[in-house]
Design a protein around this ligand. Structure first.
Ligand code: NAP
Length: 324
C-alpha cells in the first residue's frame, strides 16, 4: 500500500526494456554512488540492458561485489573507487576512465549525502556544510568538467543528475545545507545544458521524491512516510537516460514551484509552524553533542599561532592539489 502511495505521490517514470537496450547497449555509462541505494540498482539495470557500467563510490568492497554480480550475469562492469570530496582523486579517476574506456556516453551523477538538522544544532558543525558542498556540488562538478570535453569532441553524450524534488521547492527548515548543495549543482547543470546542446550533449536532471534507502532511513523510521521503492527510483533514472524530456520528476513539481511564488507569505508562516512542530532526529542530536564535546579547531594552540597578527592581511597560498 505504502509503495502504491509512494508511486502516486512521487511518480516513477518507466522505460520499455527494448528502448533502454537501444539507448545503452555497448555504451560506456558512469554511475556515481553505485555502492548503495539508487545508484547500485541503476547500475544493475543499465548493465542488464547491455551497457558497460563504470561504478564509482568510496566503498571499494561493495563496488567489487557489484561488478562480480554484473559479470556473473554476463554484463560488463568495472569499479573505480573514489571519494568525490577529494578533487585530485576525482581528476585522476576521470583520467583513468578516459584512458581505459574512451569517451563516456552517459554520466549519471547520483552520489549524494544528506543531512537534516536545525541551525540550533549546527553551530559547531560547519564541516558538515563543507562536506555536503563537496559531495553534492563540487565533486560531481569536477567529474563532469573532466569527462565533458571527450563527450563534446565525440559529439554525443548525456549527463543525468539524480537530484531531489526539494531542489525545486521553497527551502524547508532543517534541510538548508542539503537543499542548497543539491540546488547548486542543479542550477550549474541547467546553465550548462544550452552551452553543450550544440555539441550533441544532453543534460537531464531527475528530481526524485523520497526513496526508501539508507539515506532516508532515519526519516522513514520516524513515521509512516510514503516513499518510492529503490527499483522504481532506478527505473526513473534509467528513463532519464533515454527520455526526450528536459527533466523528470513528480507530476506536482511544476504547479508547486509556481504556486509557492504566489503564496510565499502564508507559506513562510506554514513552514515556521512546521519547524516548531517537528524535531531533530536522535542522530542529529548525537552529532551535535559530539561536536560540542570536542575542542573547537580554531581554539587549538597550533592554529592560533598560525593566525596573522591583527591588521596584517594573510598571503593567499596556491592550492597545489589542484595543479596539473
Ligand atoms: N533517498 C532519498 O529519499 C532521496 C530523495 C531524493 C534524492 N535522492 C538523491 O538520490 C541519490 C542517491 O541517494 P540514495 O538514497 O541512493 O543514498 P545512499 O543509499 O545513501 O547512497 C549514496 C551513494 O553515494 C555515495 N557517496 C556518498 N558520499 C560519497 C563520496 N564522498 N564519494 C563518493 N561517493 C559517495 C555512497 O557510497 P559510499 O558511501 O560507498 O561512498 C552511496 O553509494 C543522492 O544524490 C540523493 O541526494 C535521494
Amino acid at each position: 500500500m505504502s509503495r502504491l502511495i509512494g508511486r502516486l505521490l512521487f511518480s516513477r517514470s518507466r522505460v520499455r526494456p527494448a528502448r533502454l537496450r537501444r539507448a545503452v547497449r555497448d555504451r560506456v555509462v558512469v554511475v556515481t554512488g553505485a555502492s548503495h541505494g539508487v545508484g547500485r540498482q541503476t547500475a544493475r539495470q543499465l548493465a542488464d540492458a547491455g551497457a558497460t557500467v563504470l561504478v564509482l563510490a568510496r566503498s571499494a568492497h561493495l563496488l567489487d561485489e557489484l561488478v562480480e554480480q554484473i559479470r556473473a550475469h554476463g554484463g560488463r562492469a568495472d569499479a573505480y573507487p573514489v571519494d568525490l570530496a577529494d578533487f585530485t582523486a576525482v581528476r585522476e579517476v576521470a583520467e583513468r576512465i578516459l584512458a581505459e574506456h574512451g569517451p563516456v556516453d552517459v554520466l549519471v551523477n547520483n552520489a549524494g549525502k544528506s543531512i537534516r538538522r536545525s541551525v540550533e544544532l549546527s553551530g559547531r558543525r560547519f564541516h558538515d556544510f563543507r562536506r555536503l558542498t563537496d559531495v553534492n556540488y563540487l565533486g560531481p562538478l569536477r567529474l563532469t568538467l573532466e569527462l565533458l570535453p571527450a563527450m563534446r569532441a565525440a559529439r554525443r553524450g548525456r549527463i543525468v543528475s539524480v537530484s531531489t524534488f526539494a531542489a525545486r521547492m521553497p527551502p524547508f527548515p532543517r534541510w538548508g545545507g542539503y537543499q542548497a548543495s543539491k540546488a547548486a549543482f542543479d542550477v550549474w547543470l541547467r546553465a550548462l545544458a544550452p552551452e553543450v546542446a550544440g555539441d550533441g550533449v544532453r543534460v537531464v536532471p531527475v528530481y526524485l521524491g523520497l526513496v526508501d534507502t539508507r539515506m532516508s532511513a532515519p526519516l522513514l523510521a520516524a513515521g509512516r512516510v510514503p516513499a518510492l521503492d529503490v527499483r522504481d527510483a532506478a527505473q526513473t533514472v534509467c528513463a532519464a537516460v533515454c527520455t526526450r524530456r528536459h527533466s523528470l520528476g513528480p507530476w506536482w513539481c511544476l504547479p508547486a514551484e509556481l504556486g509557492a511564488g504566489v503564496v510565499s507569505r502564508p507559506l513562510r508562516a506554514v513552514l515556521a509552524w512546521w519547524y516548531r512542530r517537528g524535531r531533530d532526529t536522535p542522530a542529529a542530536v548525537r552529532a551535535a553533542r559530539a561536536a560540542a564535546d570536542r575542542p573547537r579547531p580554531e581554539s587549538l594552540p597550533a592554529q592560533a599561532e598560525r593566525r596573522p597578527p591583527p591588521g596584517r592581511v594573510p598571503v593567499a597560498r596556491p592550492d597545489r592539489s589542484e595543479q596539473p
